[in-house]
Design a protein around this ligand. Structure first.
Ligand SMILES: C[S@@+](CC[C@H](N)C(=O)[O-])C[C@H]1O[C@@H](n2cnc3c(N)ncnc32)[C@H](O)[C@@H]1O
Length: 282
């Protein structure tokens, strides 16, 4: 049940004055969240992969663009699982490309070292006006992981418009929503780095100091976590952004949405997907 209307409040990490180390620390926590396994069904990242396979045909022919990759988010695990499944079906692996308006090259360099199917674009790419990146003959799927709520309505419309005009599919994954479950899950995600740090306290006192003894940091996690919930759209609100653009041709597109419990007891993954029904070869 949606508890309140959406407000596009300010997240600290979107501000130009937010120090890079703070932004990167938040993105590392999110990457960690994607890997966390609290059910037999696997991590949120691997369950995101299952959602893709269940709702998209022709997965092997796609190039996946992580359009707001941060520190990599789910992509390393998602790629590993998706390509493991494709190989087991006798198909060639699908390429993944990391992009972001603020590329985290240090994190990405270490990711691409571990997978030959992941690459990155070094220059900043703005998802509101991104050009097609898939090689000729391949289809392009843009993934928006925990980032779509960062866009205000005009920017979100532009992101969707660019995806519809330049790509063949897109998937929005969010772990936040304006409901009780998401607010509870966000509270756990905010506290979990503290718990993790305390577990490793004796091995890493410097980490503890920089992460938690500066009072700004937990405040930052809390503000951005709850503001993310307040800014997240329902499937209907996302659909309205698409259909409020009368000059956007959606006739060949199919849209689906859903939610799945990926991080019990409260962590639902909310997804919205658009897939072009006919093949578009560049
Ligand atoms: C909350 S982080 C999510 C990171 C990652 N996708 C994850 O799941 O952990 C949001 C990301 O969106 C990126 N971003 C914000 N506005 C953007 C834009 N206009 N174009 C591309 N990336 C953008 C930010 O730089 C940041 O890395």
């Amino acid at each position: 049940m949606i508890l309140f209307p959406r407000f596009h409040l300010m997240e600290i990490e979107d501000q130009s004055w937010c120090p890079n180390w703070l932004r990167e620390s938040s993105h590392s926590s999110l990457a960690q969240m994607w890997k966390t396994q609290s059910s037999k069904k696997g991590s949120p990242a691997s369950q995101a992969c299952d959602i893709i396979f269940e709702n998209m045909d022709d997965v092997a022919n796609f190039t996946f663009i992580d359009a707001c990759a941060g520190a990599g988010g789910p992509t390393p695990l998602l790629e590993a699982r998706l390509n493991q499944i494709l190989r087991s079906q006798g198909k060639a692996p699908a390429p993944f490309i990391l992009t972001d308006l603020y590329p985290d090259l240090n994190a990405w360099k270490s990711i691409v070292k571990k997978s030959e199917n992941i690459s990155y674009i070094e220059k900043p790419i703005d998802a509101t006006k991104a050009r097609r990146l898939a090689a000729p003959g391949r289809k392009e799927c843009r993934t928006f992981n925990l980032c779509f709520h960062h866009f205000d309505d005009p920017a979100a419309k532009a992101v969707l418009r660019s995806a519809v005009q330049e790509a063949d599919a897109f998937v929005i994954f969010e772990m936040t929503q304006r409901n009780f479950m998401a607010l509870m899950n966000t509270s756990i995600v905010i506290l979990s780095p503290l718990i993790t740090t305390l577990i490793f306290f004796w091995n890493s006192p410097i980490h503890l100091f920089f992460t938690y003894l500066i009072p700004l940091v937990p405040l930052f996690y809390a503000v951005d976590g709850y503001v993310s919930c307040i800014r997240t759209r329902t499937p209907k609100e996302t659909r309205d952004l698409l259909w409020s653009q009368p000059d956007l041709d959606l006739s060949e597109w199919e849209f689906k949405s859903g939610e799945r419990m990926v991080l019990p007891p409260f962590g639902n993954l909310y997804w919205y997907m658009g897939v072009k029904k006919e093949k578009k070869i560049a």
